[in-house]
Design a protein around this ligand. Structure first.
Ligand code: AKG
Ligand code: FE2
Length: 380
């Protein structure tokens, strides 16, 4: 193996061989004597499922090696919203951050620390379950297909995400009478996140001269999502992302990350790393708000880099409307054509499947005089 070269200099496929990775993540884990048995059984079998990508494709490019600038997101103290003298200034800061950064962090957000801590404990416990159990769709009684990992449509390393996640549709209809602790905590947190999101979307709608009830009326509990993410330590970090670059396909995202650095966003054409700040939540604008605000608010590309040693956890609450909701630019001339959320999701899904990546709002530029019947001609 490796002709005596240090491990970090080996190519991905060589590292797999060096680690004795034949088929299962289990075998990978066994090479690390300090890993517990629980960890061994709980990691998804990335190499078994995606081994061919490591052997047959060029590496994604070493994003670890890029000189990475770290930044603190604009910080907004929401306690000022209840102070008559400071509320307007606080709202202006939110509007400015959403227009200039598309991302900001909030403190005194009203979600009790205890709820966030309980959710994190449950999240860790859920992901520590054996992989086979997590992959069983009846686990925890969430709607089917909630547990996801990797990237089923990936045809190259740069499309792969070294991530496992519970993507939970917050449907009250399937909420069972007998509930597990995990379900209760998920319920508690998602209600708190929904309230917080309502306040923020209201402020942002007001900031563009519109009525916030449009989002409130179309984004109900059962159309929003909560996602619990875990980024396992990645032996080929630098060649595989934790989460591939993307924008969020919603109105707004509320994100709670842990203290392991990993989230990066694109600003001024460059990737910058977001410094974790305990006690704060991160808010980011999604595609739908960018379209509705006619480009005033920015849905900014972001990604998560994987970490060779540390696992990372995050929780994201996505403010999504019903499939039928029409998204129409609120100002003239409209940058985007009017589309339904269902149509948008379908287009994103189609692009990811056929092209390997999300094209996003560019597909719906009004200047393209997009016609859904001739859409195929617009494919790059
Ligand atoms: O884990 C993170 O910090 C970001 C997650 C994210 O961007 C997403 O789930 O869409
Ligand atoms: Fe995201």
């Amino acid at each position: 193996m490796s002709e005596g070269r240090p491990f970090c200099e080996l190519k991905a496929a060589e590292r797999m061989e060096a680690l004795g990775v034949v088929s299962e993540a289990r075998e990978l884990s066994q090479s690390h004597a300090d890993r517990s048995v629980t960890m061994i059984d709980s990691n998804p079998p990335f190499f078994a499922a995606y081994g061919s990508l490591f052997h047959s494709r060029p590496a994604a490019g070493n994003h670890e090696a890029e000189a990475m600038e770290e930044c603190d997101l604009p910080l907004v103290d929401l306690s000022r919203l209840s102070d008559e003298l400071q509320a307007e200034q606080c709202k202006r800061e939110i509007v400015t951050a959403a227009s200039e950064w598309g991302f900001f962090q909030i403190v005194n957000h009203g979600i009790p620390n205890g709820v966030l801590e309980r959710l994190r404990e449950e999240q860790v416990r859920m992901f520590r379950q054996p992989f086979e159990k997590k992959a069983d769709e009846k686990f925890l009684g969430f709607l089917g297909d909630s547990y996801r990992w990797g990237a089923p449509t990936a045809t190259s390393l740069k499309q792969l995400s070294w991530l496992e996640a519970y993507h939970i549709r917050l449907s009250s209809a399937t909420y069972p009478a007998t509930t597990s602790t995990s379900r209760c905590v998920v319920e508690e947190l998602s209600s708190a996140m929904a309230q917080l999101a309502d306040r923020l979307t209201g402020i942002l709608a007001q900031g563009m001269g519109c009525d916030g009830s449009y989002i409130k009326e179309n984004c109900k509990r059962d159309t929003c999502y909560l996602r619990l993410n875990r980024y396992p330590p990645c032996p080929v970090a630098g060649e595989v992302f934790g989460l591939v670059p993307h924008t969020d396909s919603d109105f707004l995202t509320v994100l709670c990350q842990d203290n392991v650095i990993g989230l990066q966003l694109k600003k001024g054409g460059r990737w910058i790393a977001v410094r974790p700040n305990p006690g704060t939540l991160i808010i980011n604008v999604g595609d739908l708000f960018q379209a509705w605000s006619n480009g005033l608010y920015k849905s900014v590309e972001h990604r998560v880099v994987s970490n060779p040693h540390l696992e990372r956890f995050s929780v994201a609450y996505f403010v999504c409307p019903s499939q039928e909701t029409m998204i129409q630019s609120s100002a003239q001339p409209a940058i985007y054509s009017t589309f339904s959320f269902g149509e948008y999701r379908q287009q994103v899904q189609q692009d990811v499947t056929l092209l390997g990546y999300k094209v996003g709002l560019t597909r719906f530029l009004a200047s393209c005089r997009r016609n859904k019947h001739t859409n195929a001609q617009l494919l790059p």
